[in-house]
Design a protein. Structure first.
Lengths: 162, 79, 79
């Protein structure tokens, strides 16, 4: 059983890599989904941000994507184990349809997060609530500190990968 | 441990309530009402009213959407 | 204990930064981060199977509300 103070930073990095790679796979920094995300991206770009990073932050705000799937899968796993995570995957799919989002970013994020969390808690001894704190800290680093520098960082990585 | 979460609910409710009064723009007031409902949902879940919490957290955004639709219609009528 | 403390501190920090931010559209990422933290706090407060539904309803509601505010603000700016 890993100590929880050590498990939280490791799980934050794992969650960041997880939903970052799934969002890049579904091409989220490429274009906006709805008109609200256009407005937020323009506001970020006007105050010195980057274009592709701005699209990604706007898509995270206005639609449930892989970051929401990771958080809700972690919550479901904490409450009830594998059945709880499966319930949360189904509910994330329904919730994405309610928000009129045609993509599958949220559902695939929840599925991948369930597999990763199950492997790490069963075989590596992570405590189960460390992933909730890890995903909240990961979102804080993307949206909560400074949208300008985070969007520049994300834009640089996106342009290097394509 | 529940006490710390109740302190979070108190801070969010008071912050949302007072900032709704003192902020100028109408869109900012709507955002601050959202902060207030976060505190309210935390109070509801603390006492065990889980179904009431589901109803409140689904109905408050629908009310906000109605307010925004009325904002658009009022602007069209005054033109 | 530590996990609740992290979620509480992040929620209060993001709410304060959202209230004191000037630009309306740049408040919305802070509100989204606050909703993430409040969703985590809800689950840690009462670990009951129905709380999964409460957390999901709260999160989907808050995303819908942010989306509606952002798109109404955008269409009002374009007029």
């Amino acid at each position: 059983m890993i100590d929880i103070i050590l498990a939280i930073p490791i799980s934050a990095v794992i969650c960041l890599l997880l939903f970052g790679s799934i969002d890049f796979f579904w091409k989220l920094p490429n274009a906006g989904g709805v008109s609200g995300s256009n407005a937020i991206e323009k506001a970020i770009e006007n105050t010195g941000g980057d274009k592709n990073g701005g699209w990604m932050i706007a898509n995270i705000v206005t639609s449930p994507d892989a970051s929401a799937g990771t958080l809700l899968a972690a919550c479901g796993f904490y409450i009830w184990g594998i059945p709880g995570a499966i319930i949360s995957i189904i509910l994330v799919y329904i919730g994405a349809r309610i928000c009129a989002d045609k993509g599958y970013a949220g559902t695939s994020g929840a599925l991948a997060a369930t597999i990763v969390i199950w492997i790490l808690t069963t075989f590596a001894g992570f405590p189960q609530e460390s992933f909730i704190a890890g995903s909240v800290i990961a979102i804080l680093f993307i949206q909560g500190i400074s949208a300008k520098y985070a969007s520049r960082f994300i834009g640089k990585i996106w342009r290097r990968l394509t | 441990m529940t006490d710390l979460i109740i302190i979070l609910a108190i801070v969010l409710s008071l912050l949302g309530g007072f900032s709704t009064v003192f902020v100028r723009s109408s869109f900012d007031k709507l955002i601050c009402l959202g902060i207030l409902t976060s505190g309210a949902v935390l109070f509801l879940v603390n006492k065990g009213y889980l179904d009431v919490a589901i109803c409140v957290s689904l109905l408050m955004p629908i009310g906000t959407i109605f307010i925004l639709l009325l904002l658009g219609k009022k602007r069209e009528e005054t033109k | 204990m530590i996990v609740e403390g992290i979620c509480i501190v992040i929620a209060i920090y993001c709410a304060l930064r959202a209230v004191f931010e000037r630009n309306t559209l740049k408040k919305l990422p802070f509100i989204n981060a606050m909703n993430f933290a409040v969703t985590g706090t809800l689950v840690l407060l009462m670990p009951h199977p129905i709380t999964i539904g409460v957390a999901l309803a709260y999160f989907v509601g808050s995303t819908l509300e942010s989306n509606a505010i952002a798109s109404t603000f955008a269409s009002r700016e374009n007029q």
